[in-house]
Design a protein around this ligand. Structure first.
Ligand code: ADP
Ligand code: MG
Length: 584
């Protein structure tokens, strides 16, 4: 096939412009991205070879190679992994395929700081992985040569990042992918950005990619290119090929003891598996010993991804078996309401050939799932109990809506989930500001004789506060929870209890406020009035016809003349809306 020239997608072009103009000051991360891709490609090949013994790929020495040529000022990142077909190259490299990048562009649009050369995006770009394109932060031309395992022909992709790229078929390419970066001349004199320096590469790999489970080997420049600047290194005879040096320790972080691993190392692993560029909010470790041994290293991100509520959101737990990567997105290990948790679970006693079908039926996996869920909830509880509440506040702001889905699906942990939840409330903080409350705090403030946890659901805090249903409660100073998430409608409807107190909507049925005596008095009063106004009420009931079930006198209003009330078992208006929105 002849050389073809393609145009980048519009979004891709925009992103590339930002890379070329290097608005992000920490350029070193390009290497992390390329190494991360190479590592994924090796994982994929090993797995595919395991499942398909006709693949005909060489898996005897899977590794990542780094090669420099200081003279020509190039850096090559090589892997002998799965590679890409010609179509894959066009689909994956020519478009914005990865979700991190899509998120980034969306955010950029939202904040409207999106001028191509703008510095406004600098902060933003630091939070998102932009993958392969980050090569253009350091290179003015990138050439990718790849051959997919099992195929005979390879593909060469070349671009300077300016609008177009070319693709050509190459008859004999080695298995896997090599990426040659022609480094920007302006960095040549800059020690900090000399990516042909072995010292520099060592440093970057150590910092960002030490835990990568494949060897990252640096092939030193051949002798005449560099004069062996490293002191104390045993230098071979001039003609011998230089010995490659493995730069990473390859130690699985989850298998190392806590005090051996720095927070930074954990964070880099998190970034590798989550494709997030921001440090996680919390790192969770778990070592299970005994008949079914496994190690888990889980992370709670600091931000909810944009697609958390999309149907095809991918859960972030990777399954390893005895250090061998088996699958991404292992749904069987984490309940849907904790789907934002990222991490690695490494099980000792599973087969490398384990499939999703097997996982779904495996009792040990079910036990693991329960234990991991409990561990995450316990961690949230700790965050909540911590002196400094800001991390818990962040957690709840980002993930509270998702966690509350567990009130519908995880009966075993319902009380715990209620315990770690926070709600908007009519109770004001001492400084008069709006605040969130836990249920424990609510219960502690309950008035003498108050038997229920009162709440009202609605679309917004303001809508709820303006509801006539609130009047009697406000007048009596009784605290009401203000529930505005769609999911609130559903779980409160399942009549949960917290600390033995039932939830009760202020919009449903009879409200019993005050002490038993007061209530008795009020009831008598109401009956008397009901008789007095019997004619009026009958007339109104008839006039309103099928729109209402009944017209009653009310003790719940202090200002408004009338309000609509549901029976205790009826769906609320907001729930009706939710069902309607879901097409039911
Ligand atoms: P991401 O890694 O987040 O998917 P990238 O921009 O880093 O995004 O890469 C885009 C895609 O290109 C990858 O998902 C992968 O399918 C493919 N790719 C990139 N590098 C390699 C490689 N070395 N070997 C095989 N495929 C690769
Ligand atoms: Mg990547």
């Amino acid at each position: 096939m002849p050389t073809e020239t393609f145009e980048f997608q519009v979004e891709a072009r925009r992103l590339l412009q930002m890379m070329i103009h290097s608005i992000y000051s920490n350029k070193d991360v390009f290497l992390r991205e390329l190494v991360s891709n190479a590592s994924d490609a090796l994982d994929k090949l090993r797995l595919e070879a395991l499942r398909d013994d006709t693949l005909g790929a060489d898996v005897s020495d899977l590794h990542i190679g780094l090669e420099t040529d200081p003279e020509a000022r190039t850096l090559t990142v090589r892997d002998n992994g799965i590679g890409m077909s010609r179509d894959e190259v066009v689909a994956l490299i020519g478009t914005i395929a990865n979700s991190g990048t899509a998120d980034f562009l969306k955010q950029l649009k939202d904040t409207d700081k999106g001028d191509a050369n703008g510095t406004g995006a600098d902060g933003l770009i630091g939070q998102f992985g932009v993958g392969f394109y980050s090569s253009f932060m350091v290179a003015d031309e990138v050439t990718l040569l790849t051959r997919r395992a099992g195929e005979t022909e390879g593909t060469r992709w070349t671009s300077s990042g300016e609008g177009t790229y070319t693709v050509e078929t190459v008859p004999d390419a080695p298995q896997g992918t090599s990426i040659v970066l022609r480094l920007k001349p302006e960095d040549a004199e800059d020690q900090l950005h000399d990516y042909t320096s072995p010292w520099k590469l060592r440093e970057i790999v150590k910092r960002y990619s030490d835990f990568i489970t494949w060897p990252i080997r640096m092939v030193p420049p051949s002798k005449d290119a560099e004069d062996g600047a490293e002191d104390g290194e045993e230098s071979a005879a001039p003609e011998a090929a230089p010995e490659p040096e493995t730069l990473n320790s390859m130690k699985a972080l989850w298998a190392r003891s806590r005090d051996e691993v720095s927070d930074d190392e954990y964070h880099e692993l998190y970034k590798h598996i989550s494709h997030d560029w921001t440090d996680p909010l919390e790192t969770i470790r778990l070592q299970a010993e005994g008949t079914f041994e496994y190690q888990a290293l889980l992370f709670i991100p600091a931000r909810a991804p944009q697609d958390l509520f999309m149907r095809d959101y991918k859960r972030g737990i990777q399954l390893y078996v005895k250090r061998v990567f088996i699958m991404d997105d292992c749904e069987e290990l984490m309940p849907p309401y904790l789907r934002f948790v990222k991490g690695v679970v490494d099980a000792q006693d599973l087969s490398l050939n384990v499939s999703r079908e097997i996982l779904q039926q495996d009792r040990q996996i079910q036990l693991m799932h329960r234990r991991l869920a409990k561990k995450v909830l316990a961690t949230v509880k700790d965050l909540q109990a911590a002196e400094d509440g800001t991390r818990y506040a962040t957690f709840w702001r980002e993930f509270g809506r998702v966690v509350k889905e567990g009130l519908l699906s995880d009966m075993e942990n319902r009380e715990t989930i209620l315990g770690v939840s926070s709600f908007a409330t009519t109770h004001e903080a001492e400084d008069g500001k709006e605040q969130l409350t836990t249920l424990a705090q609510y219960v502690e403030r309950m008035k003498d004789g108050q038997e229920h946890i009162f709440y009202l659901t609605g679309e917004s805090r303001q809508a709820i506060e303006n509801s006539p249903h609130m009047e009697a409660f406000r007048a009596r100073g009784i605290e009401v929870l203000l529930l505005t998430d769609p999911v609130d409608e559903v779980w409160v409807d399942t009549a949960p209890e917290f600390a033995g107190k039932q939830f009760r909507s202020v919009a449903k049925g009879e409200v019993d406020l005050g002490t038993a005596e007061e209530r008795e008095e009020a009831r008598a009063e109401r009956e008397k009035k009901q008789e007095e106004y019997a004619d009026l009420l009958t007339w109104m009931t008839e006039r309103l016809g099928e729109h209402v079930k009944d017209v009653r006198l009310s003790s719940r209003l202090t200002v408004s003349p009338a309000c609509v009330v549901s029976d205790t078992d009826d769906v609320t208006p907001a729930l009706e809306n939710l069902y309607r929105a879901m097409g039911q």
